[in-house]
Design a protein around this ligand. Structure first.
Ligand code: AMP
Length: 308
């Protein structure tokens, strides 16, 4: 069983979509990544920080999924990271209405001793200097370091972000953010620019239009499953990252061919996340449902064509 180290926010989210709105509910990049990766047989741990305003049941939920939460610092009297977002009618774009870093503002991450040799490190969305702090604590170079980020950090910590991007193997990023990072409109050109910054692989997520994996001159595309019910896209990108990294940790194979499969697993899991608000759908997702949908995925993308 491979070891997967996850870094990212554990958060309070408040979400509004055309289908309704929530109060403060459990969210955060690491939460979605952890729940998604728990669909695989991996030993995973989360490094993050919260305040003691976060209900214990949220931490219990992660622990009950066999995630090591000893690296989640609980700050006495502190407030948990808070994010508020509102989706537009097409659900493909959203406005961030509030980002309160709270305890994240001066967090010094501590990697649990038994995860310092994790093969796969999934640096989920949070401050790039925290992402760097985690890389620096690893006892040996992980087999694969994956990083996910968003426009907030490009706007607020670009220099630190570019430094950490130099050290990683895979960048996962959405289409608009890839354009912002590189000033290139074409995603093919953007992926080439990103590869020059450090990572050998680039995954560009395009919401309901699927995901692209780039490596040198190779491109692989996975569609998103067309769904009847989409309530809330929050966390879909992180759920993708959790499926992608969880699959790589369980197979312990980082060839391009296996990365393609990881993209499919990531897309498959993300298709569940959007069916309910927040983490609701991921909390009690059964492995048999995941596997059933993987069959649908295969059917969706398979065709016979004569090539001359
Ligand atoms: P996604 O929809 O995959 O981009 O991820 C949404 C999750 O990211 C939400 O649960 C938020 O709590 C979290 N989030 C939003 N903004 C940030 C940020 N600036 N840094 C880290 N996590 C964030």
């Amino acid at each position: 069983m491979g070891k997967l180290l996850i870094v990212g926010t554990v958060a309070f989210d408040e979400i509004e979509t055309p289908f309704g709105k929530t109060d403060k509910i459990l969210g955060g990049a690491a939460t979605f990544i952890g729940l998604s990766a728990s669909q695989f047989d991996v030993a995973s741990a989360i490094v993050s920080v919260v305040g003691d305003d976060l209900p214990q049941e949220y931490l219990d939920l992660l622990e009950n999924k066999n995630i090591d939460i000893s690296g989640i610092e609980v700050v006495k009297g502190g407030k948990t990271f808070y994010w508020k977002g509102k989706y537009h009618n097409d659900l493909n774009s959203r406005d961030t209405l509030a980002t309160e870093l709270n305890t994240l503002a001066d967090f010094n991450p501590i990697v649990p001793e038994n995860f310092k040799n994790a093969e796969i490190v999934m640096l989920g969305n949070l401050h790039p200097s925290i992402q760097m702090g985690v890389i620096n604590q690893m006892s040996e170079r992980p087999k694969l370091i994956i990083l996910d980020t968003m426009n907030f950090w490009m706007d607020n910590a670009l220099d630190e972000l570019l430094e950490v991007i130099k050290k990683i193997d895979v960048l996962t990023i959405n289409d608009e953010e890839a354009r912002q990072l590189t000033n290139e409109y074409s995603l093919v050109k953007a992926a080439k620019e990103i590869q020059k910054m450090g990572p050998k692989y680039v995954v560009i997520k395009k919401g309901e239009h699927g995901a692209l994996l780039f490596h040198k001159e190779n491109v692989f595309f996975a569609p998103a499953l067309p769904l009847e019910e989409v309530f809330d896209p929050t966390g879909a990108g992180d759920t993708f990252a959790g499926g992608f990294s969880g699959y790589l940790a369980t197979t312990n194979n980082i060839s391009f061919e296996n990365l393609k499969k990881a993209v499919i697993h990531g897309s498959n899991l993300a298709s569940f996340c959007v069916e309910r608000f927040g983490t609701e759908r991921m909390q009690d997702l059964k492995r048999e449902d995941v596997s059933k949908r993987l069959h649908q995925f295969k059917m969706l993308t398979q065709f016979d064509i004569e090539l001359k």
